[in-house]
Write a protein that binds this ligand. Structure first.
Ligand code: CDP
Ligand code: CDP
Length: 205
């Protein structure tokens, strides 16, 4: 079976959790494309040029520690607004999507730009307050002392930057199915996604 599943949405909507579970359920490969932008951001924070880094990104860059920090997330959304950075990362993502057994990719522009022909597109959302609460809890568990208010401000700043950039802004593809996880636990959100995907696969078969 060769199938591409595109899962987009804003920070802490549950994209990664859903993508991993869906990939496991269907036996597909999974790529968290946010990691590419985070990897570029991490090296940019050490003084390197974002475009040069994106053009020369290697597998090792995705394995460095601390790609999940708030500082890297903010810088990721800044470098992600640079068209040359985005362009440099397209081929890797499309090659991954062509993976022979099919693949799940999650990010911001998978359904709109990277894989416009994906068999199934999901746009996962939740209210900014719910998303900030989730990110706050994750960061606190890792020892961060940032307040909920600080995390909410950061989530809103990133939403604003990601939705309003000229190149590949965050928005649902016309044919994406929306899943609002504000009131869904992890299992309910994953089940909802799997139901939509299996329905689409049956319809398209
Ligand atoms: O990938 P994305 O940033 O969209 O979100 P995530 O990393 O999948 O989820 C962010 C956090 O919210 C994680 O700690 C998840 O366990 C949690 N989560 C949740 O509480 N309820 C959901 N329905 C989905 C995720
Ligand atoms: O996990 P979370 O949703 O918080 O962030 P992420 O998916 O790791 O993405 C970090 C940043 O990279 C986002 O805020 C976007 O600016 C950028 N990004 C993007 O522009 N396009 C993608 N396909 C994935 C991420």
């Amino acid at each position: 079976m060769t199938i591409t599943i595109a899962i987009d949405g804003p920070a802490a909507a549950g994209k990664g959790t859903i993508s991993k579970a869906v990939a496991e359920h269907l036996g597909l490969a999974h790529l968290d494309t946010g990691l590419l932008y985070r990897a570029v951001a991490a090296r940019t924070l050490t003084g390197e040029d974002a475009i040069a880094v994106a053009q020369d990104l290697s597998a090792g860059d995705l394995e460095v520690e601390n790609l999940r920090t708030a500082e890297v997330a903010q810088m990721a959304s800044k470098v992600a607004a640079i068209p040359e950075v985005r362009l440099a990362l397209v081929a890797f993502q499309r090659d991954f999507a062509r993976h022979s057994d099919g693949a799940v990719l999650d990010g911001r522009d998978i359904g709109t730009v990277i894989c416009p022909d994906a068999a199934v597109k999901l746009f996962v959302t939740a209210s900014p307050e719910v998303r900030a609460r989730r990110r706050y809890q994750e960061q606190a568990a890792q020892g961060s002392t940032d307040s909920y208010e600080t995390v909410l401000t950061e989530v809103l700043a990133r939403d604003e930057r990601d939705m309003n950039r000229a190149d590949a802004p965050l928005k649902p593809a016309d044919d994406a199915v929306l899943i609002d996880t504000s009131d869904l636990g992890i299992k309910a959100a994953v089940d909802a996604a799997i139901r939509v995907i299996e329905q689409r696969m049956t319809d398209g078969a």
